[in-house]
Design a protein around this ligand. Structure first.
Ligand SMILES: [Zn+2]
Length: 215
């Protein structure tokens, strides 16, 4: 069977995970009242990888198809390597190298398989958008000139995230998930996406940006 969407190769790297553990432990030592609980065990990380793999198999085709339909962009990548680690004091994912964190930074709560799938989709959207053309965030930077780069880069990503999560997991899920974004830049980007409406942002990408000379 020919698959026309990228495959994800989930990787556990002991060295990588140990580095994350060290970073987390150091933060916890300095901010004991903010970071609850501990860095997850290797067994817990393996379990989360298995759950994420299963969920990703179930929803990935829908996610990539929606990405193409909602943005009008093609997907040229065949495969992504994705590292999975335990916990980080600041972020829940990185786009380069593609990395997913399995538990919430302050509370230590393990993310559900649905949340992990959306966290992964978020990082993949960053990769796909920047590989298509980096002018997209510049467009949003012009549109929202008072906002910083983090906010502008997240407007298209969060618009996609909202539409797709809504479709896969429903309104209750996404409304609750949005509250787990606590840093200022993300909250501002969510505010813009919710006020403008994700469908309006995505329509602008399709009708104005996909056709423009920037791409
Ligand atoms: Zn992001």
């Amino acid at each position: 069977m020919e698959l026309n969407f990228p495959q994800i190769n989930f990787i556990y790297s002991k060295i990588f995970d140990e580095s994350f553990r060290k970073i987390f432990d150091e933060y916890k030592t300095n901010h004991a009242d903010y970071y609850k609980g501990f860095y997850p065990s290797f067994i817990k990380i393996r379990q989360s990888i298995e759950e994420l793999e299963k969920e990703w198999q179930r929803v990935s085709e829908k996610i990539f198809t929606s990405y193409k339909n909602l943005t009008g962009f093609e997907i040229n990548q065949e495969k992504f390597d994705c590292y999975v680690v335990g916990r980080n004091p600041i972020f829940r994912g990185i786009s380069e190298p593609l990395t997913i964190v399995i538990s919430e930074n302050s509370t230590g709560r393990a993310y559900s398989r649905e949340e992990l799938a959306i966290i992964l989709a978020h990082e993949i959207f960053h990769k796909l958008i920047s590989s298509t053309n980096d002018s997209l965030w510049k467009f949003f930077q012009q549109e929202f000139e008072k906002e910083n780069e983090i906010v502008c880069r997240h407007i298209p990503v969060l618009a996609l995230e909202k539409e797709i999560a809504l479709n896969l997991y429903g309104e209750k899920f996404i409304n609750k998930f949005i509250t787990t974004y606590i840093s200022k830049g993300y909250r501002r980007a969510w505010e813009i996406v919710n006020q403008t409406g994700p469908e309006i942002i995505l329509r602008r990408i399709r009708t104005e940006i996909s056709k423009s000379e920037l791409f």
